[in-house]
Design a protein around this ligand. Structure first.
Ligand SMILES: [Zn+2]
Length: 379
């Protein structure tokens, strides 16, 4: 059994949206109340109240603020759990003191725990969530297994998602009984020792024009808004406007975020496709240790994007391999691009522009990257 998370795009109606928003707000409120209580106690020399103790405090809190009963009760337990984790980080890892959540900055989210079938798949397009009932969804992969939690989130552009965590049985995939070495590059993102290349797709370029259009507007509208705010202050207006009061500015902000999100989603989907293909096809995947790739030095954008993609891809390969009982092996590259993968002859350093070469000893003609992937496989 492994815990697996499924991301579902959900389409709430107006009533459900309102309930989500109220639940976000109530969780934020409870977080702030509990945090305030812990802080005050500490100032008065009292001891830290643990998760269990905080859960116990929810009852009197609900009596004081009866509207809290409208929240999904398990989501409030989730708040004390998260706050407890935040304090554990402070105590054990010396992380910063937990912060109060302001409406404008807090990530809108809450987590419900599965109890008595309160979270359940109704059919292939509907899920039931506590307090909001049945809701339509779309997902790349249908959740399976025993549902443990459901986290409702609103993205920066106002889309709602639910992240369903479930215990799933690992189905052993057909044993491909094969190993592969993969090299990661800039022009080609992935090159396999079998000779397959996955090109690097620049999703950012495809949307760059539109994004830039909105970025320019955003900057201009921000300057204008700041000017007007400065006037408000100069004129000693009772309630000077804030950036969030400027509708056009806020709209541009959402548009910029929308394009960033789109690029991230497209890239994510592409990496998912590659990693699924590799994990389903091979039992053992060998790849170069990323530390040696000089990830910190990325002066150009293509290189920076490649670095980011390699990291993401690597994580995907690792967790997918874990689900399906396959293996990802990290190898230390040693002259992978200058040694002949067939006879081992060391041809000396090849400049980056040398894409193909012929081994002087065994006369094998090599594609630079595929040869490197073969060396990684053999390592
Ligand atoms: Zn050779």
């Amino acid at each position: 059994m492994t815990m697996k998370t499924f991301k579902l795009r959900i389409y709430p109606n107006a009533t459900q949206r309102l309930q989500f928003e109220r639940n976000f707000g109530m969780c934020r409120f409870v977080w702030n109340e509990l945090l305030n209580m812990q802080t005050k106690r500490h100032e008065n020399g009292g001891k830290y109240v643990n998760e269990f103790g905080m859960n116990y405090l929810l009852k009197p809190l609900k009596q004081e603020y009866p509207w809290l009963k409208e929240a999904d009760a398990t989501s409030l337990l989730g708040v004390s759990h998260n706050l407890h984790l935040a304090f554990q980080k402070l105590f054990k890892a010396h992380a910063g003191y937990p912060k109060f959540k302001a409406k404008r900055f807090a990530r809108p989210a809450y987590r419900s725990n599965a109890v008595n079938g309160n979270i359940a798949l109704v059919d292939e397009a509907h899920i039931r969530l506590p307090k909001v009932g049945m809701i339509r969804f779309r997902a790349g992969q249908l959740p399976k297994g025993k549902i443990k939690t459901a986290t409702v989130v609103r993205s920066r552009v106002g889309k709602y998602y639910v992240l369903v965590a479930a215990d799933v049985e690992i189905s052993s995939w057909q044993n491909a009984d094969a190993s592969v070495g993969i090299d990661m590059g800039v022009a080609d993102l992935v090159i396999t020792s079998d000779g397959k290349k996955y090109v690097t797709k620049r999703f950012d370029k495809a949307l760059a024009k539109k994004k830039h259009y909105w970025e320019k507007r955003l900057a201009r509208r921000r300057r204008q808004a700041e000017k007007e705010i400065a006037w408000d202050k100069q004129l000693k207006v009772v309630a000077p406007r804030q950036l969030s009061d400027f509708k056009n500015y806020m709209k541009a902000k959402v548009m910029v975020a929308k394009y960033s999100e789109k690029v991230a989603n497209q890239r994510h989907d592409y990496l998912q496709k590659i990693s699924t293909e590799l994990v389903s096809k091979y039992d053992v995947i060998k790849l170069e240790d990323l530390k040696t790739k000089g990830l910190l030095r990325n002066h150009n954008l293509a290189r920076a994007i490649a670095n980011q993609s390699w990291r993401e891809l690597r994580l995907m390969l690792e967790y997918k391999a874990a689900w399906y009982g396959k293996k990802v092996v990290s190898v230390l590259p040693y002259k992978t691009s200058q040694r002949c993968s067939k006879c081992g002859y060391d041809d000396g350093k090849h400049e980056l522009n040398v894409r193909e070469w012929t081994c002087p000893r065994c006369h094998t003609h090599h594609d630079r990257d595929i040869n490197a992937a073969k060396n990684i496989l053999a390592a």
